[in-house]
Ligand binder design. Sequence first.
Ligand code: CP
Ligand code: NVA
Length: 331
Amino acid sequence: MAPVNLSGRSFLTLLDFTPEEILFLIDSSARFKALKRARTPHRWLEGLDVALVFEKTSTRTRSSFEVAAADLGMGSTTLDPGSSQMGAKESVEDTARVLGRIFDGICYRGFAQATVEKMAEVSGVPVWNALTDDFHPTQMIADFLTVREAFGRLQGLKLVFMGDARNNVANSLMVASAKLGLDYVACGPAALAPAAGLVKTCRAIASETGSSIELTEDVAAATREADVIYTDIWLSMGEPAELWGERIRLLEPYRVTSEVMGNASADAIFLHCLPSFHDRETKVGEEIYERFGLTEMEVADEVFRGPRSRVFDEAENRMHSIKAVMYETLR
Ligand code: CP
Ligand code: NVA
């Protein structure tokens, strides 16, 4: 098999990548993690510059791109909503063409997947999807690195997503699981099931990698013998706050509780892309408490803080994996 070479490629969805290419990025992330831990300098892209366009808010992803760019010796310029002409006075296409003349790569977080695809088509430089309404591919490299750190392997593990199984993170987990040979279970209400077309695509991929894709509303059956239990917030960025009541009604039965974790395999881990509503220590969490009386939403506080939770390893791995994605596509 030819060695993997991702130089010049954009990173928009894992559907565009082979299992070997995804594993290559996970391996590269592990190498960068070891270098960072050893404080070994790796300014291997000195002189390059990247644009970081964030049309939605971010803590982990933005920090990861900025720190990773600095560690690689690159300059980075972050453009927030309101701080650029994009959208209001200048089209996505014109913006991408301009940024492609100034920068060596572009990170984009926003709404439609079509926007990031357009940027990749016209900018002439690698474009990295930092989250759209449909997918969150950089999150996956970190997540599966975290899973591999916990179990030493990926193939054959059972990963269960609990909750809003048609959101960007769940879609990406389904694609990544199919590609990497994990059995994936989307456990949530039928009203929030992933799109039939994407399920069909993932089932076709899973049949080649020897894994499976299952959709169910049955929490006990879904979580039995699970190796990884994953959840995400019940209302994603860009969705109207008026939906909170309906989402809570639909998704409360799918909260990850100690009972759910107890039903999983003895060494199961808990993952969450974060941010998470597991207590009342946020503005939104407090509003939800006042309106609906809930002290926690998608995950019980004791699970989030408990011994099976790997959420902060996962968050750290965002930086190492984003560094790998930038390095391997820009080298
Ligand atoms: N998980 C994640 O993408 O976090 P941020 O929204 O903080 O970037
Ligand atoms: N589904 C969440 C993920 C945040 C990282 C959102 O889109 O808001």
